[in-house]
Design a binder for this molecule. Structure first.
Ligand code: 3H9
Length: 647
């Protein structure tokens, strides 16, 4: 039988290699094989140390998430970590790629941890709605101190090896060959007294003010796991090791079967499936060496920033020198913001800016493999851009429109080379928002579609294929959501209660607050456009407010009033007056949870229609659109998951 673990003696050191593709996740088979390896090595008196190293792209990525729905099989991970720690010979974890979750817990069972400089370590369990279940909350504070443990465990964010070394989470950063470096490290370590096993190290007690401050931070994440993780670390500072371990296990098992964990697991797998649609399995994407962006407004500059951050040279086109200077300035400001947040150095910014060629002449796009149009959302303006692109771009260059509402078939109608046209709907700010709706035309070549998916991966975005309909997937559901929210207002539910209900559900903002921030006029103008084209679009409550000059925060009021320089929404008597004739007298007295349920059900109903029409390929794609483009709380899984329509 194939075992995922092999042992190779190298003098008095055993090299233990784990090979469980794709990410060396700890399945039951891996746990058994590692347990066995500890026994075998301990039984061989010629061996004085063991190095645990992994094949493939990474060290152990964690427990096998696919086994989470099943009854856990022994040996359990916490026992395996203890077994490693209690081994006769010291173990050394040699880390490349990532040591995450159970992977880092295994590394903490080892007496030492070494890693290549590019490696990352972390305890991302809270992102899966659980807490570390194999001593992450109990050993980490003993290894690196309580503060570091709290940040690592409650944020779930991975840490790069050099920083992990600074915090004492690993013992050495190995330049050059990892195995050779780990052997040299082992020899040097064996010449000195061994450090105490982590479980035997002391842990500092922290005062109530510390825990309260951290609780407030953890609470901001909106779901249970970060708070439970914090509580587990606190117990680890107050209880003996074994008691803290038992409590951690109990909390881990309870969370593992929670609704939040089920939702977050579904999102985890949906995100990994999204970049590789089945239909493109055998299609190779084209290479992209240079990309053009037409339009240097907020959206165009954001797209250019995203492309540059992914290492792609960019040609930015604007209609005249002044607009171009503004576009370049917007781009520079985007990077300046990243410097301020500590995400970018000035040198890196200079290199990013050096990769941007600004031009007003479309001839500068002649060598681009892909050009993305991001100009004003008006058909004639967009068509003019593509007429220019047809003249100046290579015949095989992919031409993409960043339309959010206009039918791409109309934009490209009559232009030659339809197989290379595609819609790429970015979300603002494009350098930050993760969602990319990819909208192929009926004629788009599979290879062009595959290139769009590959581009999304390169940009670190979540790609979702969307068919052509008004608003594609995301804006179509948004429209339905807003309409349903207006229905509630007409029924007599207070605007502020609806917003509060959706915040309570997990959105950062309710539907009306969000409209005030973005501006009510955008959707209004769209409705007006549709009306001008003869469509029967009934008057919305938003139309009445815009008609009275209330376009949102930018006009000092929309659904709410705002004091000068203050973004706090205040209920508005003017709005009450304007809408009085449209609101039912007998308010239904709904609970917040009922309000949220009604709005989520409306989103899911629209999602079902979208699936039935083939606009989306699968329910999980719709959930990803809502989570990554519209602020749907990740731990609820998206409207389809939350409504049990996750087929
Ligand atoms: C845990 O450890 C709990 C413990 O504390 C306690 C237990 C008692 N399991 O992301 P990629 C699959 S919780 C199963 O595209 P990359 C993934 O679905 C765990 N499968 O690769 C995909 O499969 P497919 C804590 C997993 O190179 C393939 O591997 N750990 C797991 O871009 C490639 O994935 C985490 O949360 C898993 N744990 O990134 C770490 N992980 O090809 C989660 C991945 O069939 N993993 N797969 O679609 C990651 O962050 C990334 O996968 C990693 C590699 C950074 C490692």
């Amino acid at each position: 039988m194939n075992t995922p673990v092999s042992i190779r003696p190298q003098g008095d050191i055993a090299i233990v290699t784990l090979d469980n593709p794709p990410v060396n996740a700890i399945s039951a088979a891996v746990r058994k094989a590692l347990w066995q390896a500890v026994e075998e090595i301990d039984a061989d008196p010629t061996l004085r140390a063991a190095i645990l190293i992994c094949e493939g792209r990474t060290f152990i990525a964690g427990a096998d998430v696919r086994e989470f729905g099943q009854t856990p099989e022994p040996p359990h991970l916490p026992d395996l970590v203890d077994h490693l720690e209690a081994a006769r010979v010291p173990w050394i974890a040699a880390i490349h790629g990532a040591a995450l979750g159970g992977g880092f817990e295994i590394a903490m069972g080892c007496r030492f941890r070494v890693a290549v400089p590019q490696a990352k370590i972390g305890l991302p369990e809270v992102t899966l709605g659980i807490i570390p279940g194999a001593s992450g909350t109990v050993r980490t504070p003993r290894l690196a101190g309580v503060e570091v443990a709290v940040d690592l465990v409650t944020s779930g964010k991975p840490m790069a090896a050099p920083k992990a070394r600074e915090h004492g989470l690993i013992d050495a950063v190995i330049e050059g060959d990892l195995e050779a470096g780990a052997i040299a490290f082992a020899k040097a370590a064996l010449a000195k007294p061994l450090p105490a096993p982590i479980s035997e190290r002391p842990v500092a007690a922290m005062d109530d003010a510390f825990w309260e401050a951290k609780r407030k931070l953890a609470e901001k994440q909106g779901h249970r796991a970060p708070l439970e993780a914090l509580a587990a670390i606190r117990r680890a500072t107050e209880l003996p090791f074994t008691e803290a371990m038992a409590a951690e296990r109990e909390s881990f098992l309870a969370l593992r079967s929670s609704d939040e964990a089920a939702a977050l697991r579904a999102v985890f797998f949906a995100e990994r499936a999204a970049p590789r649609p089945d239909t493109l399995r055998d299609v190779s994407p084209r290479k992209l060496a240079q990309v053009g962006v037409v339009g240097g407004g907020t959206m165009g500059a954001g797209i250019a920033a995203a492309l540059r951050s992914a290492g792609l040279p960019v040609v930015l086109i604007e209609r005249d020198d002044q607009a171009l200077a503004r576009g370049i300035d917007t781009l520079a400001k985007t990077f300046a913001g990243a410097i301020k947040r500590g995400k970018l150095t000035e040198e890196a910014r200079d290199a990013l800016m050096a990769g941007v060629t600004g031009a007003t002449d479309y001839a500068a796009l002649s060598e681009c493999d892909l050009v993305i149009e991001a100009v004003f959302e008006e058909l004639s303006v967009k068509r003019q851009v593509f007429e220019n692109l047809i003249t100046h771009c290579r015949r095989d260059a992919i031409l993409a429109t960043n339309t959010s509402y206009i039918d791409p078939r109309e934009i490209f109608a009559g232009l030659p080379g339809a197989e290379r046209f595609i819609g790429l709907h970015f979300f603002s700010p494009a350098q930050i928002m993760k969602l990319l709706e990819i909208v192929p035309l009926p004629e788009t070549a599979p290879e062009v579609l595959a290139t769009a998916f590959a581009l999304a991966k390169q940009l670190n975005k979540i790609p979702v294929r969307a068919g052509i309909c008004e608003g594609f997937i995301g804006n179509r559901i948004l429209k339905r959501y807003r309409a349903e929210a207006e229905t509630l207002v007409r029924d007599g539910v207070p605007i502020a209660q609806i917003d509060a209900a959706m915040r309570g559900y997990g959105f950062r903002m309710g539907p009306f607050e969000a409209q005030d921030l973005g501006g009510l006029d955008i959707a209004y103008l769209q409705r007006e456009g549709a009306r001008a084209m003869g469509q029967d679009v009934p008057e919305t409550l938003g139309d009445i407010l815009v008609g009275a000059g209330r376009k949102g925060q930018k006009t000092g009021g929309g659904w709410y009033d705002y004091s000068q320089g203050d973004r706090t929404p205040q209920p508005s008597t003017r709005v009450a007056e304007l809408l009085a004739g449209h609101i039912a007298k007998d308010a239904p007295n709904l609970e917040d949870a009922q309000i949220a349920a009604q709005l989520i059900a409306a989103m899911a109903a629209e999602g079902e229609a979208i699936l039935d029409e083939g606009i989306a390929d699968k329910a999980s794609d719709i959930d990803l659109v809502e989570i990554h483009g519209y602020g749907f709380p990740r731990w609820k899984g998206g409207p389809m998951f939350a409504s049990g329509k996750h087929r």
